[in-house]
Design a protein around this ligand. Structure first.
Ligand SMILES: C[S@@+](CC[C@H](N)C(=O)[O-])C[C@H]1O[C@@H](n2cnc3c(N)ncnc32)[C@H](O)[C@@H]1O
Length: 179
């Protein structure tokens, strides 16, 4: 059984409770991205109850995930234990503040999955840039949502990244750091 099938009940439960997890179609796209880039260290911004986090952690890389919602982090951690994930670390905090700290200590990630409040995407850009090496990948959910429009425009003009659209739901942007 693959991870998407394993997480079917979590996906269904999230739907009933109006928790906006990426769901199986986007999860398949995320798995394809992981298979292509094979990231060893992954940072996630916004885990909710951990659905996408477990997808990100399912192919062997380690995941650090950040969320402001303490209650959901507790539930996410229960899910990580229930599904046997020992490669996921959670941080309770504001994604951009946590990234600032990480940049100052020289941390690096191979892939960042950005799925927190869209109004923070623009401010997150330079921090994500600082945390990725050349060849690192910034994966941004909800890129075609109106609230992501400015961020999308910035990314399309930013020659430090090569961005392409995965046309699933309201879009996933895959931006490879090239310089
Ligand atoms: C769309 S949900 C994440 C869903 C999850 N990625 C999934 O697909 O399973 C967005 C999450 O971002 C969190 N969030 C909102 N603002 C945040 C911030 N400034 N820093 C970190 N997380 C934040 C919310 O608490 C919420 O859990």
């Amino acid at each position: 059984m693959n991870i998407i099938e394993k997480l079917k009940d979590i996906e269904a439960d999230a739907k009933i409770r109006w928790i906006p997890v990426i769901g199986s179609s986007k999860a398949q796209v995320v798995l394809d991205i992981l298979s292509k880039y094979k990231p060893k260290r992954i940072l996630e911004l916004g885990c909710a109850i951990g659905y996408s986090t477990m997808v990100l952690g399912s192919l062997g890389g380690s995941v650090v995930t950040v969320d402001t919602n303490g209650k959901e982090i507790i539930e996410a951690k229960e899910n990580f234990s229930k599904f046997g994930f020992s490669n996921i670390k959670t941080i309770h905090g504001h994604g951009n503040e946590v990234m600032k700290e990480m940049v100052s200590t020289g941390e690096k990630f191979d892939l960042i999955f950005m799925d927190f409040e869209k109004r923070y995407y623009v401010a997150a850009l330079e921090l994500c840039y600082g945390l990725l090496g050349i060849g690192g990948v910034l994966v941004t959910d909800n890129i075609n949502h109106p609230k992501s429009a400015l961020f999308k425009e910035m990314m399309l003009k930013d020659s430090r990244f090569e961005s392409s659209l995965e046309d699933v739901g309201d879009g996933i942007f895959v931006s490879v750091k090239v310089s």
